[in-house]
Design a protein around this ligand. Structure first.
Ligand SMILES: [Zn+2]
Length: 307
């Protein structure tokens, strides 16, 4: 019965989104470098879709914050970004229409690393880190921000998500108007919040999950119908999760990170495991890591074109 209900809800969501539903879920397999989405085949679908099982997920902010944005302003913007996904209105299932996942702020932490500790003695935090002084990634794509997720490759269940903001190379703002060559922090982090929740890029250029941000734009702050269809299909209003093995019940609200909350980084147990996890295959811990980023469209090209 529940399966049938969820199936019809998804069908309705797809119908409402129009024939060109373009949203995608991040999966347990990294898309190959030559994967090229098209309107007819917008998603890389190998592997299992990622999802948070709990009705509540916590996030934290690295205590140093950024010199570009006040700490409180950043927390407010991040909270608002996650709330946009939570606030999406889904086709009703048994009278409920709210997205069934909520992301809550758990306070500042000292850890400034993207990491997941598979150890109950250490604990974890889903941390947002500003990289004011160093962007520690190969960056051919002019990356604005990068969200790295850790999951169980056998199920797609998300265990950890960390977000890095490239404040070294880009100028972010939380106030209006956004300068023509600036980045709207609210737009960037609403996009990254989608990755945090397990969504991948959409080919719908109006979607918050579109891969490219145009400098000065603020439209990604607001979810498009394609984004709403995506979050509703992943976190159904009947408190279900659509997974690779069917629809399952969400677990009760508990924003505590897996293995417990930790403010400090864990002691490294293997070399360089967390530095550049893009496309890393599931390692000896049987955990996969996927990284998804928002890239700045044409920022450098525009600057270069100026006299
Ligand atoms: Zn992205």
């Amino acid at each position: 019965m529940r399966l049938a209900e969820a199936g019809s809800a998804l069908a309705i969501a797809l119908f409402l989104a129009g024939p060109a539903a373009a949203f995608c879920r991040t999966t347990t397999k990294a898309a190959p470098a030559d994967f090229s989405p098209t309107p007819d085949a917008p998603c890389f679908t190998a592997g299992l879709p990622l999802y948070w099982k709990s009705a509540c997920v916590g996030f934290t902010m690295q205590q140093a914050g950024s010199r570009q944005i006040s700490f409180d302003g950043a927390v407010q913007a991040l909270t608002a970004g996650f709330a946009r996904w939570r606030g999406a209105s889904c086709p009703a299932v048994a009278g409920a229409s709210a997205v069934s996942v909520e992301v809550r702020y758990l306070g500042p932490v000292t850890c400034d690393k993207v990491e997941y500790n598979n150890d109950t003695r250490i604990g974890n935090a889903n941390v947002i880190i500003f990289r004011d002084d160093d962007w520690p990634h190969d960056d051919p794509n002019n990356t604005l921000a990068l969200t790295t997720v850790t999951y169980n490759p056998a199920t797609g269940e998300l265990y950890d998500a960390d977000m890095e903001i490239n404040t070294k190379e880009h100028k972010f703002t939380v106030s209006d108007p956004v300068p023509a060559d600036g980045v709207d922090f609210g737009s960037a982090i609403t996009h990254e919040a989608g990755h945090f929740l397990g969504l991948a890029h959409s080919v719908d250029e109006h979607a918050t999950m579109f891969a490219r941000y145009a400098p000065g734009a603020t439209t990604m702050r607001n979810l498009a119908s394609d984004d709403v269809a995506g979050i509703c299909s992943a976190y159904g209003p009947d408190a279900t999760r659509s997974t690779g093995s069917g629809v399952i019940e969400a677990s009760a609200c508990d924003p505590t990170p897996r293995h417990g909350f930790a403010s400090a980084c864990g002691v490294p147990v293997s070399s360089g495991c967390t530095a550049a996890p893009t496309d890393r295959a599931p390692g000896p811990w049987l955990l996969g890591v996927a990284a998804a980023a928002i890239a700045a469209a044409r920022v450098r090209a525009r600057r270069a074109a100026k006299p």
